[in-house]
Ligand binder design. Sequence first.
Ligand SMILES: [Zn+2]
Ligand SMILES: [Zn+2]
Length: 194
Amino acid sequence: MVTVAVAALSGAFTWTLLEYIIHRWLGHDRRFRGNPFGIEHVRHHAEGNYFAPTAKKLVAAALAAAVVLVPAVLALGAATGVAYVAGLIGFYGLYEIVHRLEHVRPGFGPYGRWARRHHFTHHFVDARNNHGVTTPIWDFAFGTYRKPGHIVVPRKLAMPWLEDPTTGDVREGWAGTFALAPREKGRAKPSCSI
Ligand SMILES: [Zn+2]
Ligand SMILES: [Zn+2]
């Protein structure tokens, strides 16, 4: 039982590394430009709240699970191998939820607040940093952690929870952290170096 739990946790931990690797290199490294994830990721940055279709993600997750399952079961045994893959794919699903919530919904507590500052520093301050979405550990490990400061968001890319429609300004509670770029500055463009 302990082995199965450890395997599931190891699978989840493996996902956090994959999350970093896929985002940093497939999403942002010019050498790998044109890969399916990179194409969708460029659009995610350019349009702000665009996400790749869920069907595509489910197919990718199913393929990844199928590829990893056989070696995992052969190496670890049936129950432990399945637990490892379940932890990996399960945490991938959690990452998808966290990422989407960061963009489209307000709130979800102190973790959500931290996650938003970390992720939107990546979107709007410097896309070379903060590749981790659920955790900063791999940003620390690879030297790409950037402490979130003041984050200026171009209006056309503003997250729905950020802008107060009555005032056209940042909603109360986020004013110290986020700002919206002034309208007079003309068309804002995403500050990412992809
Ligand atoms: Zn994002
Ligand atoms: Zn990115």
